[in-house]
Design a protein around this ligand. Structure first.
Ligand code: GLC
Length: 582
C-alpha cells in the first residue's frame, strides 16, 4: 500500500472524486457558536497512550505519563485530548479489543490514575475525551465467552451469528462473502454452538448485535460510567459499522482488488446502514443530558456529503457533533482545486454543522509522508498546519504531527507489532510506522519517551533533531509554527469564528480564502500548493471586505515576511501567507 490503512479508504478516495465534480464557490456564513459549544473551535489532540510517555520504565506509555506532560499540552494550546483505548484488553488490536469497559489496563495504570489525569487536565484547562469501541468487544470479554459457550446462553444473541450454508460438497461454509477490514472472511466458526460469528475486524473482535436492545443498554451504561468520571465526550470507534444487513446478503463485487489484495466489495450491507441513526439519536440525548456540552466525535465513513450530513442529524443537529471528515484529510495530494471544492461542499451542505478536519491519526501514514514530495516536506508540513488551523473546521491533531514526526515502518517482518502488518507483509507493513514513540528530547536514545532501553516500538533515529525540546528552541521550527497558528486561532475573532470567503477561485495552484469576522475585520490566507513560486492578486471588494489596512501575521518560508500587499502576493514553493485586514 499504500498510504492509507483499510481497503475502504480506496473507495473513500473514489467518493471524494465524485464530490469534487460538483460545488459552487462563493461565501459561507459564520458559525453561530454560542460559548458553550466549545468543541466548535476546539483543537483536539489525539494521544496514542502506548507511545506518548512512559512513566514506569516498562517501555510502554501510560496514563501517568500523559499526566506528566499536561503542561506541554496546555502550552501547545490544545483544548482537549482524545486518548485511544486504555481499557483492559488482550491487546490484539492494541486496545481496540476491549475485555472490560469499566477499568484501565494495568499496563496503562489504574482507574485512580485515570481520575488523577482528568483532574490534572482540568487544572490545565484540557478536556479529556475517551475512545469508545461500541461495534465489537474482545473475544475474551465475559459477554462473548458466555455467548460462545451455548446457543441457549442469554448473552448468545448479543453478537451476530449465522448457521452458515452448505456448499456444493455439502460442507458448511460462511453465509456470505463479507470480508474483514483486516483481510479474509469476516466469519469465524465456533464448534460449541455450531455457528459462525461476524467480525468486521480481527476474529478476536466479534461484532456486537445492536439489534438487541440489551446491547444498547449495556453500552450506554458503560458510557455513563465514564461520563460520571468527568470525561468531556467520546470518540466513537468504527461507528459506521454498528449494524449489518439482517438478511446477510452477499456484498456486490466492485472492480479490482482492495489494498490488501482481497476483492473490492460494495460496503453497503455492512457500513452506514440507516438504522444507525436512531441509535445515535438516543445516544446523543443520553450524553447531552450531562452538563458541560459533552461531545461525540465519530469515526465515520460515508459515500457522499448527504450521508455525512445525516451523521450530524441534518437540520436537527441531534446526532454526532463532530463526525470526522476523513475524505478531506485523506485527499493525499496537494491540489488547490480539490481542496477548494471539497471544503466548500462541506461548508454549504451540512446545515451549518462544523466539519472536523483530520490529517493524521494512529491508522494512517503521517501527513509528513502522504503530502510530502521528498524535497519540500518541511514547507508542506507548515502548509498543512496552516490549512488545519485557519479553516473553519474543528481541528484534530495527532501526537508528533506538531514536530513533523515521520512514518517509520519496520524493516523486517520479525519487528512488526501490528498484526495486519505481519499478515500482509510486505504488501502492507501495518500501522507501526505512525505509532512510534513521541520524540521529546535528544538526551538519550529513547528521546525522553521512556527510561527503558526497550520501548515497545523503536524510537526513530531522527530524534536527535526532530524532537520537542530542540524545536521549542528554534523560532522557525514546525512546533513553533503550530504554536503561533494555535494562538492566532484562539485570539483572532475572524480565524476563530469568521465566515469563509473563497478567493481567486479558479487558481489551480494556490488555495486562498478570507475569514471575515462580524465587525468586518478579516484574515487572508494563501497556500501555494505547487512546487513553483506563485503570484496571486485579490480583489477584496468582491469579497465584500471593506477594510484595507494590512498587517502580515505569518509567512512561510520566513524570508517572505513583511510583504504586506495584496497585489500581488508572492509565494515561494509551498509557501504560506497569512495577513490581517483591519
Ligand atoms: C478503528 C481504529 C483502529 C482499529 C479499528 C478496529 O478504525 O481507529 O485502530 O484497528 O477501529 O477497532
Amino acid at each position: 500500500m499504500t498510504k492509507t490503512l483499510f481497503s475502504r479508504m480506496r473507495s473513500l478516495q473514489w467518493w471524494v472524486l465524485i464530490y469534487m465534480t460538483f460545488g459552487v464557490i462563493c461565501d459561507v456564513p459564520a458559525q453561530n457558536a454560542s460559548s458553550h459549544e466549545w468543541w466548535k473551535h476546539a483543537i483536539i489532540y489525539e494521544i496514542y497512550p502506548r507511545s506518548f510517555q512512559d512513566s514506569n520504565a516498562d517501555g510502554v506509555g501510560d496514563l501517568n505519563g500523559i499526566t506528566q506532560r499536561m503542561q506541554y499540552l496546555q502550552d501547545l494550546g490544545v483544548d482537549a485530548i482524545w486518548i485511544a483505548p486504555m481499557y483492559p484488553s488482550p491487546q490484539v488490536d492494541f486496545g481496540y479489543d476491549i475485555s472490560d469497559y469499566r477499568n484501565v489496563d494495568p499496563q496503562f495504570g489504574t482507574i485512580a490514575d485515570f481520575d488523577r489525569l482528568v483532574s490534572e487536565a482540568r487544572k490545565h484547562r484540557v478536556a479529556v475525551i475517551v475512545d469508545m469501541v461500541l461495534n465489537h468487544t474482545s473475544d475474551q470479554h465475559p459477554w462473548f465467552v458466555a455467548a460462545a459457550s451455548a446457543r441457549a446462553n442469554p448473552k448468545h444473541d448479543w453478537y451476530v451469528w449465522s448457521d452458515g450454508k452448505r456448499n456444493a460438497n455439502g460442507d458448511i461454509v460462511p453465509p456470505n462473502n463479507w470480508q474483514s477490514v483486516f483481510g479474509g472472511s469476516a466469519w469465524e466458526w465456533v464448534p460449541e454452538v455450531q455457528q459462525f460469528y461476524y467480525h468486521a475486524y480481527y476474529k478476536q473482535q466479534p461484532d456486537l448485535n445492536w439489534r438487541n436492545p440489551q446491547v444498547e443498554k449495556a453500552m450506554f451504561d458503560v458510557m455513563r460510567f465514564w461520563l460520571d468520571r468527568g470525561v468531556a465526550g467520546f470518540r466513537l470507534d468504527s461507528i459506521s459499522e454498528l449494524f449489518e444487513d439482517p438478511r446477510l446478503r452477499d456484498a456486490p463485487r466492485l472492480e479490482g482488488l482492495n489494498a490488501l489484495g482481497n476483492p473490492q466489495l460494495d460496503p453497503g450491507y455492512t457500513t452506514n446502514l440507516p438504522e444507525i441513526h436512531e441509535t445515535i439519536r438516543r445516544m446523543r440525548a443520553m450524553v447531552s443530558a450531562y452538563p458541560g456540552d459533552r461531545v461525540l466525535i465519530g469515526e465515520v465513513y460515508f459515500p457522499n456529503i448527504a450521508e455525512l450530513d445525516k451523521w450530524y442529524g441534518g437540520a436537527r443537529h441531534n446526532e454526532i457533533q463532530l463526525p470526522m471528515d476523513l475524505p478531506l484529510g485523506y485527499l493525499n495530494e496537494l491540489d488547490a482545486n480539490a481542496f477548494r471544492k471539497r471544503l466548500w461542499e462541506v461548508y454549504t451542505q451540512v446545515h451549518g454543522s462544523t466539519p472536523l478536519l483530520v490529517f493524521d491519526n494512529h491508522d494512517v501514514n503521517r501527513s509528513w509522508d502522504r503530502y510530502g514530495d521528498g524535497v519540500h516536506n518541511a514547507a508542506i508540513a507548515k502548509l498543512i498546519a496552516a490549512l488545519l488551523l485557519t479553516s473553519r473546521d474543528t481541528a484534530l491533531l495527532y501526537q508528533g504531527q506538531e514536530i513533523g514526526q515521520r512514518t517509520v515502518e519496520p524493516r523486517r517482518i520479525e519487528d512488526v507489532k501490528d498484526p495486519i502488518g505481519k499478515i500482509h507483509w510486505p504488501v502492507y507493513k501495518g500501522r507501526d510506522g505512525e505509532r512510534t514513540p513521541m520524540q521529546w528530547d535528544s538526551d538519550d536514545a529513547q528521546s525522553g519517551f521512556s527510561t527503558s532501553p526497550h520501548p515497545w516500538l523503536p524510537v526513530p533515529a531522527d530524534y536527535t533533531t526532530v524532537n520537542v525540546r530542540t524545536e521549542l528552541a528554534d523560532p522557525r521550527s514546525l512546533l513553533n509554527w503550530y504554536k503561533q497558528l494555535i494562538s492566532l486561532r484562539r485570539s483572532n475573532a475572524a480565524v476563530r469564528n469568521g465566515r469563509v470567503v473563497m478567493l481567486d477561485k479558479t487558481n489551480a495552484n494556490v488555495l486562498s480564502y478570507a475569514r471575515v469576522a462580524k465587525d468586518g475585520t478579516a484574515v487572508l490566507v494563501a497556500l501555494n500548493m505547487s512546487a513553483q513560486p506563485q503570484s496571486v492578486s485579490f480583489h477584496l471588494s468582491e469579497a465584500n471586505i471593506r477594510r484595507s489596512h494590512l498587517t502580515n501575521l505569518m509567512t512561510s518560508p520566513e524570508q517572505d515576511a513583511g510583504s504586506s500587499s495584496v497585489s500581488p502576493v508572492r509565494l515561494a514553493p509551498f509557501g504560506v501567507w497569512i495577513e490581517a485586514v483591519e
